[in-house]
Write a protein that binds this ligand. Structure first.
Ligand code: DC
Length: 448
């Protein structure tokens, strides 16, 4: 994924600036699922106009909600057991809540009027077209009037061009349709949605296809109440990949970012950019003041891999990387990048230990020094060059020593990192092994 692109399609705000649990889509989804699940759910961190509108609407459809301290306690109707609302559901401009409720209601054989939504074009037309696939009758009378078919159809739809809330609306429609509802979603789809559905017991699968991520839910299954702290649900999924040079973490990080629709930052390039700036000005690599200035000026959208990939720049990077002020400046930028929804894969030396100690998944990718040297030699030869294996091995060992031995943020696996030794693996095998680990960790949910 291209850095410039990934920075412009996300919010510019960092996690620290974003009020916890404020993603209205996740809040509304939690309220809807709590109102639907059998048994009690406790929700903390649910706030805002959309959250309030979703609670009112779920109450009108038969669920119980009670304020308890800072949070809510909900008693759901049980999946498939919503009651017809006696009056139009009033949304007061809370469009995300209106959209999700329209989806939910579209597979119930009853009339639901969604009033007070300010859905604008093309979102309104896209939503109506998607909902109609279930067999629901829709009209614009009095807002949006939805009458589900006697038995709603599970559908296979492409929602890649629609807003994420429209895709979630279709998944909710699938909850009361017999069989599997399959929704292809866009790159900006929040990865926390499938995790939240799973928390309530919805059977969900996520499958990567050449044309995007497909999320499937199985309808008409029992949902059960749970405890949700929306502040603890990531709006940005972070995968930290650390390891020595040549272990395969760079290629792996790019593949993983593509597969999971996350942004990608090779943090090595940020250290290389600092080194390159010093080299270009003929400044010594231990000039801490100049290196710090260069680090503050690093622009993550303008990291030129072709220039920075040079072997000499890597060597120089390893030397400026020991300067604490350089690390502080770069780590701040790297954290800001990681916090941009939908999240990111960051690869480097200290991601799991220092940059993102709360990352959802941490991998430590390594291989023996001999294997790494062999790979480097093969790469040089593939580009028509020649080199001495012993020389490369010595270089790799020296770099390892410097990266692992420095006082500030040395290279080492985080305590909770999953180790992946790629010595005996090709990239495909390594990618499969990494996916297995990541899928398993993400399915269990973010660590507390
Ligand atoms: O991964 P690479 O070869 O592009 O990294 C170049 C140097 O940058 C590496 O020797 C150590 C340093 N680095 C670091 O100290 N911390 C990171 N997170 C990434 C790289």
């Amino acid at each position: 994924m291209n850095l410039a692109g990934s920075l412009t399609d996300g919010s510019e705000r960092t996690a620290a600036q974003r009020p916890a649990g404020s993603d209205p889509l996740l809040g509304v989804l939690a309220a809807v699922l709590a109102g639907l699940a059998a048994g009690a759910t406790r929700i903390a961190g649910l706030s805002g106009r959309d959250g309030a509108a979703a609670i009112d609407a779920m109450r009108a459809l038969g669920a119980g909600f009670e304020k308890r301290g800072d949070g809510w306690r909900a008693w759901g109707t049980g999946n498939g057991c919503l009651l017809a609302a006696r009056e139009p559901l009033e949304f007061g401009g809370a469009d995300i809540a209106a959209t999700l409720l329209a989806g939910l209601a579209s597979t119930y054989d009853m009339e639901t009027v969604i009033a007070g939504a300010s859905l604008s074009e093309p979102d309104r037309t896209a939503l109506i077209a998607l909902l109609a696939e279930t067999g629901a009758q829709l009209s614009a009378a009095g807002g949006l009037r939805v009458h589900g078919a006697k038995v709603g159809s599970p559908v296979t739809v492409d929602a890649t061009k629609a807003a994420p809330q429209a895709a979630v609306a279709m998944l909710l429609a699938g909850l009361n349709a017999p069989g599997t509802t399959s929704v292809r979603v866009g790159r900006n789809f929040p990865r926390a949605v499938p995790a939240l559905l799973r928390r309530f017991g919805v059977p969900v699968t996520e499958t990567e296809t050449p044309s995007g991520l497909v999320i499937e839910v199985t309808g008409q299954t029992a949902l059960s109440g749970t405890t949700i702290d929306l502040a603890g649900i990531a709006t940005a999924t972070v995968i930290a990949i650390d390891g020595p040079a040549g272990g395969g973490k760079g290629t792996l990080a790019r593949r993983i970012a593509d597969y999971y629709h996350l942004n990608h930052l090779d943090t090595g390039l940020t250290y290389r950019a600092v080194a390159q700036a010093l080299l270009a000005h003929g400044l010594p690599l231990d000039n801490a003041a100049a290196a710090e200035t260069a680090a503050r000026q690093v622009d993550l959208t303008r990291l030129d891999r072709a220039v920075l990939a040079a072997h000499a720049v890597g060597e120089a990077a390893s030397r400026v990387a020991v300067i604490p002020a350089v690390r502080r400046a770069l780590v701040e930028k790297q954290r800001g990048f990681a916090a941009i929804p939908p999240g990111a894969v960051l690869d480097g030396r200290d991601i799991g230990t220092v940059v993102c100690p709360d990352a959802d998944v941490k991998l430590y990718v390594t291989a023996t020094a001999e294997v790494r040297a062999g790979r480097r030699l093969a790469e040089i030869e593939a580009h028509g060059g020649s080199a001495d294996f012993g020389q490369i091995l010595a270089d790799i060992r020296r770099r390892d020593e410097r990266d692992m031995g420095r006082a500030d943020s040395p290279l080492r696996p985080a305590q909770d990192a999953h180790l992946l030794d790629t010595s005996e693996m090709d990239i495909e095998a390594a990618f499969r092994a990494a996916r297995d680990i990541i899928d398993q960790v993400l399915a269990v949910g973010k660590r507390d």
